[in-house]
Design a protein around this ligand. Structure first.
Ligand code: MG
Length: 378
């Protein structure tokens, strides 16, 4: 500890507070204005509070498990497409790009981005729907809510408190994902992660679906946005086809969406110059795409929904995963002794169905199907 302190004292680099004063916009969330943590902790000599939160998420078991959780396409379908972890990293990267351009707090953005999907159960949204159905009599299941439960209760890293003891701002940011409609206007850092999530999946689901052959490029030309992207690419690079066209179009899709958010958001921020993050939140300002982009994104998303997410190949995978989860939900309730001791005793606090749901939600795709084979497939 004294070593770290000495280093920070003679280090000619600025402290994180000084650095934030120089680099961040007045409307960014500054660490010095943080409402702190539920269990107070002493400041770290050289890591800011949101940097510590980012590290806590990064070192959590739930985060590592994202490597083997379905984003949209399962492991059975090949090895090109995104997993929940690589999706998360793409979101973090795009969100930081937007955040840096707007001079926001990148540490907070990164913490929120790495956290945003941590509560996803195995088998993607299909898994979430199955658990929601299983738990319908006990309050249902949502991955956003479960993400909070993981970092507040289930992750064990410290002897002094349960969970990761993250800052108020990170917890509130994740909380705003649970209740998007009625909560207060979120910090810009939170809004940026939300936007980056949608920019990211629109682009990578398009890319993955093409690479997996679920769609052809001609199919996608039905949508205004892809038509526009293809024209822009061909204007720049000439007539292209196949893999190169796909890659350049996906690149353009990210580039144009990010540019659009920056143009619209940047203009508003320049005109209104909010003097603090609190003032910005009070204004109710929502960062987002311009009207045309919003409409074109909607069209692309509706197209992906119809043609990719409901593709027969995915529907088949989905129903297999859902059937597994439902059998396991009933099975672990019948034989709770098959669960680890901590989930057996957690049933005393949250009830057996919820505890079983939490145990299942924490599993990776692979572990889930292994446990299914081991205990429940006759
Ligand atoms: Mg996501």
């Amino acid at each position: 500890m004294s070593n770290a302190h000495d280093q920070a004292t003679w280090n000619t680099l600025q402290t994180y507070l000084e650095r934030e004063d120089v680099l961040l916009a007045p409307f960014a969330m500054h660490s010095r204005d943080s409402q702190g943590r539920k269990c107070p902790e002493t400041d770290h000599p050289y890591r800011g509070p949101y940097q510590r939160d980012r590290d806590r998420v990064l070192h959590s078991a739930a985060y590592r498990r994202l490597a083997d959780k379905t984003q949209v396409f399962t492991g059975e379908m090949g090895d090109y497409h995104r997993t929940r972890l690589t999706h998360t990293l793409e979101v973090a990267s795009i969100a930081r790009t937007i955040g840096r351009a707007l001079r926001l707090n990148e540490d907070l953005i990164e913490a929120l981005a790495l956290l945003h999907d941590i509560g996803h159960p195995p088998y993607g949204h299909a898994g979430e729907d199955a658990l929601n159905e299983c738990l319908s009599r006990w309050g249902g299941f949502s991955h956003n809510q479960y993400g909070l439960c993981l970092v507040e209760e289930l992750e064990v890293r410290y002897h002094e408190f349960p969970g990761l003891n993250l800052t108020h701002e990170v917890l509130q940011g994740q909380g705003s994902r649970v209740d998007k409609q009625s909560g207060p206007c979120p910090l810009l850092e939170v809004q940026v992660v939300d936007l980056a999530d949608s920019i990211t999946y629109d682009a990578h689901d398009t890319d993955d679906a093409l690479a997996l052959g679920l769609l052809t490029f001609d199919d996608l030309l039905e949508t205004v946005l892809i038509r526009e992207m293809a024209q822009r690419v061909q204007k720049r690079a000439g007539e292209l086809s196949g893999e190169m066209l796909r890659k350049l179009v996906v690149h353009e899709l990210i580039e144009l969406q990010v540019g659009d958010v920056l143009t619209h958001g940047g203009q508003w921020l320049h005109e209104h110059e909010p003097v603090s993050a609190a003032v910005l939140c009070e204004s109710g300002f929502r960062l987002g795409p311009g009207t045309d982009m919003a409409q074109n994104k909607k069209e692309l998303e509706a197209f992906l929904y119809e043609r990719v997410y409901r593709h027969p190949k995915l529907v088949r995978e989905r129903s297999l995963g859902q059937a597994q989860l439902k059998t396991m939900f009933a099975g672990y309730q019948q034989w709770p002794e098959l669960m680890p001791a901590r989930f057996q005793s957690r049933a005393d606090t949250v009830g057996l169905p919820r505890s079983v749901g939490e145990y299942l939600a924490g599993m990776t795709d692979r572990y889930c199907s292994q446990q299914f084979e081991r205990h429940f497939s006759n």
